[in-house]
Design a protein around this ligand. Structure first.
Ligand code: PLP
Length: 359
């Protein structure tokens, strides 16, 4: 039996995709073997690989002058890799510190180049993103790094920063949930395990013209120019997540593409925020309304001691993964693209019922 899985990542995937994988897994389209057993340099895999890239281009509306790459190591490796590749001597990386993931990007970037914090939400307990006017940028800034959605804190940008230098973004947890203004970006990256696929790959988009200036004196796997010019096939690519991602993207296309995903994200999260806001303080969300995340809804129960009971009872009713990140506690409902509206409805019904019983 399937349950509603509100886990922050890895997380729920569309059931039709899982069923398709299951049905063809052992003998992929009469090849006599599964996709994960065959050479990545054979036509069936190449079709999946190129198909996934083509679909990503189409659904994310990626301009022609960007390359699409699959790289292993998760978003975490991109924290280091982007600084290694982009921060040539004399240039600086500016970072907007909106929470735990942004902080990690800064820490790792600092190992490889000159970085500084252009704005920090730390003293505000990471309850909002900044206005562009609040950013303090220095000369020779190569990029401004932002985390479009803070998965742990439940904070999301709803207006993109207006800055005079290119943006670089970690979009791990809000990929395919809204349009990306590509003209502002040199680089966009994200682990696929939150909105697109099983864990094991990052999906990275890079403006092709900047590849002329990325560093070459790096271990070969760490070079963006290699991944881009070799079509993510310099070495063995992460076959399984790419294979499943191709199917997830096809599912999204059939569901109506980006605009449909965006609409559903608004509905799901809207329902939960409405329940929180109408609970007379029984449930609270600490984030400023304009910065609330449509992907990760964090909330507390005023009587914090009730939270374990809430989480346990929800699990009994077929809703799992509602425990907040261990660093912040509380509750968190991650409502990514594959979460049906029925999941948010079931959760909000339970929230109302729980409040009535114990409030
Ligand atoms: C999950 C997450 C990461 C870390 O991703 P890994 O693929 O596990 O390295 C980084 N940034 C954000 C915003 C995330 O949600």
């Amino acid at each position: 039996m399937r349950i509603f899985n509100f886990s922050a990542g890895p997380c729920t995937l569309p059931l039709p995709v899982l069923e398709e994988v299951q049905a063809e897994f052992v003998d992929y389209r009469e090849t006599g073997m599964s996709m994960v057993e065959m050479s990545h340099r054979t036509p069936p895999y190449e079709a999946v690989h190129d198909g996934a890239i083509a679909l990503a281009r189409e659904l994310f509306a990626v301009p022609e002058d960007f390359d699409v790459m699959f790289i292993q190591g998760g978003a975490t490796m991109q924290f280091a890799m982007l600084a290694m590749n982009l921060l040539t001597p004399g240039s600086k990386g500016a970072y907007i510190d909106t929470g735990i993931w942004a902080s990690k990007a800064i820490q790792d970037g600092a190992h490889y180049g000159e970085v500084y914090t252009a704005w920090s939400g730390k003293e505000l307990a990471y309850t909002r993103v900044p206005d562009s006017a609040e950013l303090t940028l220095q000369d020779d800034t190569r990029y401004v790094h932002m985390t479009s959605n803070e998965t742990i804190g439940g904070v999301q940008y709803h207006e993109w920063p207006e800055v005079a230098v290119p943006l670089v973004a970690d979009m791990s947890s809000d990929y395919m949930s809204r349009p990306i203004p590509w003209e502002k970006f040199d680089l966009v990256y994200g682990g696929v395990q939150k909105n697109l696929a099983p864990a094991g790959s990052t999906l990275v988009f890079i403006r092709r013209s900047i590849l002329e200036h990325t560093r070459r004196d790096l271990g070969i796997y760490l070079r963006y120019d290699i991944h881009a010019t070799k079509n993510s096939m310099y070495n063995t690519p992460p076959v399984f997540p790419i294979y499943v991602m191709e199917k997830v993207l096809r599912w999204m296309q059939a569901e109506g593409g980006l605009s449909a995903m965006e609409k559903k994200a608004d509905q799901r999260a809207g329902l939960i925020y409405e329940t929180i806001d109408n609970s007379d303080g029984f449930y609270t969300n600490p984030i400023e309304p304009a910065s609330r995340s449509n992907m990760n809804v964090v909330f507390r129960i005023a009587d914090n001691d009730r939270e374990p009971q809430f989480i346990a009872e929800a699990a009994e009713k077929g809703m799992s993964g509602l425990k907040g990140h261990r660093s912040v506690g509380g509750c968190r409902a991650s409502v990514y693209n594959a979460m049906p509206l029925a999941g948010a409805e079931a959760l909000t019904e339970f929230m109302v019922d729980f409040k009535q019983r114990v409030g």
